[in-house]
Design a protein around this ligand. Structure first.
Ligand SMILES: *Cc1c(COP(=O)(O)O)cnc(C)c1O
Length: 445
């Protein structure tokens, strides 16, 4: 039995604290159970913009971008736009001096719409379409990351001006994360394998690029996965990648000056999640690269890293309204959103926490399951969440850590309009993306 179960009133107080590290830094508890998000009362934002709504703390996104630049001033930090791609967000990213990872003509179009400097853009993808490549070449993106022999030939025939390219390899390092977001190991679709028996794959790719006068090979890329908290996984990837650069020098006689180690840095969603030690990562990566380079007498390459989630994930929350509470062997709290605005629980079994917002209550807390409105029993947003027993229809619930891969992964399932994205800064809210209307939906039906 926990202390809060023994002393229900104390339990209320304890439950009223925000779990440290999970809520955006500028989120605070206000009077009467109010939650202040970057200075704005969440219940006011819910009334003004409706629910569900995605809220994002602009200052926290900028802080995270600065923290990366501060921790690794010698590196190029490219924000993975797939995690949250809107014009305003890309403007903040550009203003903070970061570069940008894209993987489609659509993402390039958003970057272009805000005048994101083309030389600071990278294009990724294991199946780039002719439209993606056309958009990249027209805008003049700095680098294209090659993922297959087919692509090398296709790009070689249309590129111009010695397009700078990197080759993506699979370093055989596991990020020890969910299978669907593991990308650095054998047997998944990305990159050229480094396994010894197929190593000539990489050699063939290098030779193919060097044979294309329209392409200029500048470096190697890898991305070991997402939601990776172990810094030693990155050290290992860095060592292996330097070996690749050394091998390319020996075999092909070219010394490549760029190393892109991808992103994937973890963000805690629930108390039991490990967080990512950015300063430890920076220091240990620096030492590993310096050691490996000096032992092979190889010049230190220019480093690029590609965080997405770690820049925007913890800066966002989602606000829902409770539609119904069903009590039985389990208590279900059904809200007005679900898997259409948060696909991660159903895609990867992701876990979340949540809290009641906007009113204070002395009711005891019991574990409840927060479910969405969609026609699937797997539409569960969060399970085992201790919510007050008097929770009822009309209450507001907030879920933290929804800045990355929420707006980006949202769907229209059940023809539910996607939620708005609202940025808040010093108490002032700005509607970045409006809620989808029936008119929007009818254009596709
Ligand atoms: C998804 C992806 C990233 C960003 O991953 P996060 O987990 O959001 O940091 C970076 N680089 C590549 C190539 C990716 O596919």
């Amino acid at each position: 039995m926990t202390l809060s179960e023994l002393l229900p009133s104390l339990g209320c107080e304890a439950a009223d604290q925000l779990e440290p590290g999970l809520w955006p830094q500028r989120t605070q508890l206000g009077e009467g159970g109010e939650l202040l998000f970057a200075g704005a009362p969440v219940s006011h934002l819910a009334a003004r913009f409706g629910t569900p709504a995605y809220l994002i703390d602009e200052a926290q996104v900028r802080d995270a971008a600065r923290a990366y630049r501060h921790a690794l001033p010698e590196a190029e930090v490219a924000f993975a736009s797939k995690s949250l791609c809107t014009r305003a967000v890309l403007r903040w990213i550009a203003e903070e001096g970061l570069s940008l990872d894209t993987c489609s003509a659509g993402e390039i179009a958003v970057a272009r719409a805000v005048g994101f400097p083309a030389e600071r853009i990278l294009l990724h993808g294991n199946a780039k379409t002719p439209e993606d490549v056309k958009a990249a070449l027209e805008y003049g993106v700095g680098r294209i990351v090659l993922d297959s022999l087919d692509e090398i030939e296709q790009l070689g025939s249309v590129a111009h001006n010695a397009q700078r390219v990197l080759i993506r390899v699979t370093p055989g390092v596991s990020g020890e994360t969910h299978e669907a977001i593991t990308t650095g190991t054998e047997g998944q679709k990305f990159g050229f394998s480094l396994r010894s028996d197929v190593r000539d794959n990489v050699d063939r790719a290098v030779a193919a690029v060097l044979a294309q006068p329209s392409l200029r090979l500048v470096g190697m890329h890898c991305h070991i996965g997402s939601q990776v908290s172990r810094v030693d996984r990155y050290e290992e990837a860095a060592r292996r990648m330097i070996e690749v650069l050394v091998h390319v020098r020996e075999t092909h006689g070219v010394t490549l000056g760029e190393l892109d180690l991808g992103g994937g840095h973890a963000v805690p969603y629930v108390n039991s999640d490990a967080s990512f030690d950015l300063d430890g990562y920076a220091q240990r990566l620096r030492v590993a690269l310096a050691y490996e380079c000096s032992s092979h007498d190889f010049p230190l390459p220019r480093l690029t890293i590609e965080p997405g989630r770690a820049i925007v994930g913890a800066a966002g929350i989602t606000v829902y309204r409770v539609c119904a509470v069903k009590r039985g062997t389990r208590t279900f709290v059904a809200v007005d959103g679900g898997m259409s605005d948060n696909a991660r629980p159903s895609l990867y079994g992701a876990q979340y926490t949540a809290r009641l917002v906007g009113r204070r209550t002395k009711a005891a807390r019991t574990p409840m399951t927060i479910v969405g409105r969609h026609c699937e029993s797997g539409d569960v947003l969060a399970a085992g969440i201790r919510l007050p027993d008097d929770i009822h229809a009309g209450d507001l619930i907030a879920v933290p850590c929804t800045g990355a891969y929420h707006h980006a992964l949202a769907s229209n399932y059940n023809l539910v309009g996607r939620p708005p994205l609202v940025s808040v800064r010093e108490g002032n809210a700005t509607l970045l993306v409006p809620r989808e209307t029936e008119e929007d939906l009818l254009r596709r039906c």
